[in-house]
Write a protein that binds this ligand. Structure first.
Ligand code: AMO
Length: 434
């Protein structure tokens, strides 16, 4: 008999069915036993009255995988209004080892290190699994929105010869006797590819040797990158990023509705027009509001981002706020300065519920500007950048782009304090397994 998923049981009421999945929970009562079976779609209730089947079930602990054949029978109290009666149970593996926590409880009652140490089984908890369904929908939304806007998906090398963001947090490795690095971002390649397709995006892993333990940094994360050519300035980048966020949120609602409901996710407010504040104005507002002069700061500290997040919600009803005009010398070498405001750049960040979610902006696109910008940062040997600079030498349009950290997006969406809570198998200072 063909296997069906738990959610399809109501379509087969009165008929023989075969389910397969994990023993989520057993309830061995006096006169009857219940087996709650979990599969990818949800839960199904199986009622056991036959003493032989019950004796068998007593020896099949939670998480053992089984195939169950029986009759789909209407039962208003069961999930979906249908349960399986008169079952025969066939184990598909040896009885499962005791699980370190109860996966059948509504919430996983264990601390984060325990959950992460036991991720292969902890991730089976419906709420943890739901988190990653939301992540999958967010990525699907990113792809769908950008594809619709004419962007082409690309796949660039993750083993590279140069640091792209800064030399400080790069993982070095031995590459056939030469020094190489794990890519910190697809930055240089996505820019090069604007010279081919005008609009590109990439979803892939990036690596940062983050030296400190924070709730928002990982040593490896999933970067959602986009880059587009023929922009007037960074405001075109903001418009594309804003549309992408809207598309991601819509796809999460559309494709991960049950997960959103299970996790009681408060979907964020995103006004039709992006909320944009200049970096200098942001520092002025924060100084005025807090009574502490922060106007000379090179970047927004986490507490300043939090303040701006609250301001955007209060004043503009938005969970998102773009900041533009960061000081040029504190941004990466490829950053385009703002010709109208000396010292300020066309770099942007997007703050989501008080945490930086996106960085981006307009880039330099003239070869000479790159040579000057690199020299200003003490880089006179251009050999490591040869391929990248070729793109500029052979004619590049004004362009810009942005990158999201997927895990940051999901963490802010779900309102969880630590990025590791929404990462399948986090990599950080201390964790290399599982
Ligand atoms: P940046 O380094 O700011 O910019 O990274 C972009 C976004 O990636 C996320 N992020 C991280 N998430 C988890 N762990 C980390 N260690 C981590 N570091 C960064 C953040 C951040 O906003 N090339 C530029 C992007 C661009 O200009 O297009 C870049 O990588 O959400």
């Amino acid at each position: 008999m063909q296997r069906i998923l738990s959610t399809h049981l109501p379509d087969f009421t009165g008929q023989p069915v075969r389910l397969a999945g994990w023993i989520h929970r057993r309830r061995l009562l006096k006169s009857v036993a219940f087996l709650i079976l979990r599969d990818a779609a949800g839960l199904a209730q199986v009622v056991v009255t036959d003493p032989a089947v019950r004796a068998q079930l007593e020896h099949l602990p939670e998480e053992t995988t089984v195939s169950v054949t029986g009759t789909a029978t209407a039962q208003p109290a069961a999930p979906g209004g249908v349960e399986v009666t008169g079952p025969t149970i066939m184990p598909l593996t040896d009885p499962a080892a005791p699980v370190p926590f109860d996966l059948y409880r509504p919430d996983l009652r264990a601390n984060l290190p325990t959950i992460l140490d036991h991720a292969p089984v902890a991730l089976r908890h419906p709420k943890l699994a739901a988190t990653h369904r939301i992540a999958a929908a967010a990525v699907a939304g990113f792809r769908k929105t950008l594809t619709t806007m004419g962007f082409v998906e690309i796949h660039t090398p993750k083993i590279v010869g140069t640091a792209t963001e800064s030399g400080a947090n790069v993982f070095a490795l031995d590459y056939f006797g030469r020094r190489a690095y794990l890519a910190q971002s697809p930055q240089l390649y996505k820019q090069i590819m604007v010279g081919v397709f005008e609009r590109v995006f990439e979803v892939g892993p990036v690596f940062r040797a983050e030296p400190s333990d924070t709730a928002r940094h990982l040593a490896a994360y999933t970067s959602l990158d986009a880059e587009l050519g023929f922009v007037d300035d960074h405001r075109d980048v903001i418009a594309a990023c804003h549309a992408t966020v809207a598309g991601m949120l819509a796809t999460v609602t559309e494709r991960a509705g049950p997960a959103v409901e299970l996790l009681d996710v408060r979907m964020p407010a995103l006004p039709a027009d992006p909320v944009i504040v200049h970096f200098a104005d942001a520092l002025n507002m924060i100084s005025a509001a807090t009574g502490r002069d922060v106007t000379g700061e090179p970047d927004l500290a986490p507490e300043h981002e939090r303040w701006l997040g609250e301001w955007a919600l209060r004043e503009h009803g938005s969970d998102f706020v773009f900041v533009e005009g960061y000081p040029t010398r504190h941004r990466a070498f490829y950053t385009h300065p703002d010709p109208a405001r000396p010292g300020c750049s066309r770099a942007i960040d997007l703050i989501f519920r008080g945490v930086e979610l996106v960085s981006g902006g307009q880039r330099l696109h003239r070869y000479g500007d790159y040579v000057a910008a690199l020299a200003e940062r003490g880089e006179t040997d251009l050999t490591p950048y040869a391929g990248y600079l070729d793109a500029m030498r052979y004619g590049m349009p004004p362009h810009g782009g942005f990158a999201f950290g997927l895990e940051r997006f999901v963490a802010r969406l779900l309102g969880v304090p630590n990025i590791r809570q929404v990462t399948l198998f986090p990599r950080d200072l201390h964790r290399l397994a599982p």
